[in-house]
Design a protein around this ligand. Structure first.
Ligand code: SAH
Ligand code: SF4
Length: 361
């Protein structure tokens, strides 16, 4: 049988798998077994499902598939950050990054995932944005990258620790709110207590400022953290750095964020990439204080990770410190993001849709 007409089981809910089994003339609990094999054991071979009858395994192998993406290549940075190149069913490639949290013995990882192959926003400093947009990812592909990465990580670390991935951040390639429905569906699946079981409070979604998505998220009654990529506090500069600002200028963005906070009572994180000679002057700090201070929000400063071919540079430690202090003294709740994985091009904004070159070294 040709694989393209097989039923895709990845992404099916527990109820859907139960129904799938009963339609096959099997008891519903077989669906629950399947669910566990897929979402807890990250299995895509029916033959490995040892508690299913042999005949059923054979039958499933003929009629269904579980497309957990394969890890094609991987690199480990000096600080333990791992970058995986995954292949989707149509051979398109995406990258995920695993960032270690805590000490080696009971180390957990934060997984940085993508929602699109490439990105249509085209921020001028971002490697993903420069490489262009290919397509949206389906929710089952978004979940699939978590399962594929987790399976490989467990294999590499020789562990069966089910909570090895403790946090998921939607900060890989793409603008999550331009793929809104698939993103929300993927969060719900990540969160399933019998499956991946990643608590909503351990999930962060980062947007470049897609105002409709922010307003919609306010209505979802989710406990996830909203991160907004600010990068500039005046429209002229933000238009240059984040082209989406021409569609949704700062006024509209701040309105949406105020609405989000009033609806959810949740603290928002502003991300701010620090570009030397571009957005870290005293005036920039003052503008940010005016804009952010009235909001229930904190600011995460990201020293720029340089991208080959782009002319932006990372500020000196001293300049980073000055900008940080101005904000702190201005009453902003501010942190500087620790740089992780830069030696393997796995840091923020260094992911590409076609990363072939990066793995060759
Ligand atoms: N597409 C989402 C998530 C991107 S990654 C968004 O734009 O919000 C998370 C953060 O890294 C974003 O704030 C993004 O603007 C920032 N970023 C992109 N390229 C970067 C780079 N080269 N160095 C540092 N941060 C970068
Ligand atoms: Fe897209 Fe985010 Fe990169 Fe901007 S920073 S181009 S929104 S991935």
């Amino acid at each position: 049988m040709v694989s393209s007409i097989k039923d895709e089981l990845l992404g099916k809910s527990i109820e859907e798998l139960q129904e799938y089994m009963t339609e096959m003339g099997e008891p519903a609990f077989r669906g629950r077994q399947l669910f566990k094999w897929i979402y807890v054991k990250e299995t895509n071979s029916f033959y490995d499902m040892s508690d299913l009858p042999r005949e059923l395994r054979k039958k499933l192998d003929l009629t269904a598939r579980i497309s957990i993406p394969r890890v094609l290549k991987q690199r480990v940075a000096a600080d333990g950050t791992r970058k995986y190149l995954l292949e989707l069913r149509d051979k398109k490639r995406i990258e995920t990054v695993l960032i270690p949290q805590g000490q080696e013995k009971d180390c957990r990882y934060t997984l940085c995932i993508s929602t699109q192959v490439g990105c249509p926003i085209g921020c001028s400093f971002c490697a993903t944005g420069q490489a262009g947009f290919q397509r949206n990812m389906d929710y089952y592909e978004i979940i699939g990258q978590v399962l594929g990465s987790k399976r490989e990580l467990k294999r590499k670390l020789k562990t069966n620790e089910e909570n090895i991935i403790s946090n998921v951040v939607y900060m890989g390639m793409g603008e999550p709110f331009l793929n809104y429905d698939q993103m929300i569906k993927s969060i719900q699946m990540l969160n399933h207590p019998k499956g991946l079981n990643i608590g909503q409070r351990h999930i962060t979604v980062s947007t470049s400022g897609e105002v409709n998505g922010i307003r919609r998220l306010a209505q979802e009654e989710l406990q996830v953290t909203l991160a907004v990529s600010l990068h500039a506090c005046d429209d002229e500069l933000r238009n240059q750095l984040v082209p989406l600002n021409r569609k949704y200028p700062l006024d509209a963005l701040i309105d949406a964020i105020e609405y989000y906070i009033s609806e959810t009572n949740r603290r928002v994180t502003f991300e701010y990439v620090m570009l030397d000679e571009v957005n870290i002057s005293r005036r920039d700090a003052d503008n940010m204080i005016k804009l952010v201070k009235p909001l229930l929000a904190n600011v995460n400063l990201i020293p720029y990770n340089e991208v080959v071919g782009l002319s932006f540079t990372k500020p000196s430690k001293q300049k980073i410190q000055h900008f940080y202090s101005w904000l702190m003294e201005g009453g902003i709740n501010v942190t500087v993001r620790e740089e992780k994985g830069a030696d393997i091009m796995a840091a923020c904004g260094q992911l590409r849709a076609d990363p072939g070159i990066i793995y060759k070294s």
